[in-house]
Design a protein around this ligand. Structure first.
Ligand SMILES: [Zn+2]
Length: 338
């Protein structure tokens, strides 16, 4: 089959790769219905994160169970499934309290931009839909696999409460989904930090009530002014840069909560500043598996539609154009269909 391989900075190829086979009795093979490009894929694509030789890409996926190992329970061939970007057994101590992204058996999915994917610990990783969904729901269900699951985790980790004031740092795909999650979880006011008109518009569509275009100290000042000098109850950091982290810390109220779900690159925090800021922090790779059944049910019932986060749809074979479009910020998030 043909799959997506990163050879070096800017060099994405759709080329011949080995077809996956069951390797462990707990594996499944999934025929991909839809996959996409993640903001985190751009770090190695831009040469800002080293790769050791040609590297298979992709970790967001949904599709149909093609084959099942003999030890997989709870799944049937032909079922439509969504999986987290982290394989998890769903039984170990981390999984048992809802932190499947720190599973003792953890493996990060990395070959999903392909027609077929081997999923380890399939019984613990994949969540089946009650029936094969309408094709129109595929983008929304795919979003559950990572981008929405991560935005949802940000809102959960930052303890978004009904009526509370929320700041979302970042207007990329995860930031957009964090806005949607905050709205669904009942936030009263959702302030998004964004400088891009199209992204501001999308954020408003997902539920943003206010936009702050200023950055750095000016951005912090603007939000403090909007909150009578108090800061926000819940702050969702969805970028991962040093500037974004400092912005997030600067606008979280004392006793408030800050979530950080952007993969950190160059973040340096001062212990003294953290100590004096007196806030709760939770972050890390999102335990998407915890939220998957709920998120899938909301999408399947038409109660929530994350699909507008995909603003470009391409055939999987044109994956290289998908990376270029995201790298050049012509697209927020690119959906790929095999
Ligand atoms: Zn586990």
């Amino acid at each position: 089959m043909q799959g997506t391989v990163l050879h070096g900075p800017g060099d994405i190829r759709f080329e011949e790769v080995p077809e996956p086979r069951l390797e462990q009795p707990t594996d499944a093979i999934v025929r991909i219905a839809a996959t996409c490009v993640c903001g985190s894929d751009l770090w190695p694509y831009r040469g800002l994160q080293d790769i050791k030789g040609p590297t298979r890409m992709g970790h967001e996926y949904c599709g149909y169970v093609e084959e099942l190992g003999p030890a997989v329970h709870g799944l049937r061939k032909g079922q439509f499934v969504v999986g987290s970007f982290v394989n998890s057994d769903n039984t170990c101590p981390a999984c048992s309290i809802g932190y499947q992204s720190s599973c003792e058996q953890r493996r990060f999915v990395s070959e999903a931009q392909s027609p077929l994917l081997r999923v380890a610990h399939a019984g613990g990783t994949l969540v089946p839909a009650p029936e094969v969904p309408d094709a129109a729901l595929l983008p929304g269900l795919l979003a559950c696999s990572d981008v929405l699951g991560t935005g949802w985790y940000a809102a959960d980790a930052a303890r978004v409460r009904p009526g509370g004031t929320v700041v979302v740092v970042g207007d990329g795909a995860v930031g957009q989904m964090a806005v949607l999650a905050a709205r669904e979880q009942g936030a009263g006011r959702i302030i998004v930090m964004s400088r891009h008109p199209l992204r501001q518009q999308l954020a408003r569509h997902f539920g943003a009530t206010d936009i702050v275009a200023e950055r750095g100290a000016e951005g912090v000042g603007a939000i403090l002014e909007m909150t009578r000098g108090v800061g926000a109850d819940s702050v969702l950091e969805c970028v991962g840069t040093d500037a974004a982290m400092h912005q997030a810390l600067g606008v979280t109220r004392r006793g408030g909560s800050m979530a950080f779900v952007g993969v950190p690159h160059g973040v340096q925090l001062s212990g003294a500043a953290l100590f004096m800021s007196q806030l709760r922090m939770e972050g890390g790779p999102a335990p998407v598996r915890r939220f998957l059944p709920d998120l899938m049910a909301r999408v399947l019932a038409g109660r929530m539609d994350p699909s507008p986060v995909f603003d470009l749809r391409l055939p999987l074979g044109e994956v290289a154009e998908g990376y270029r479009a995201m790298d050049e910020r012509r697209a927020i998030k690119v959906l790929l269909m095999p």
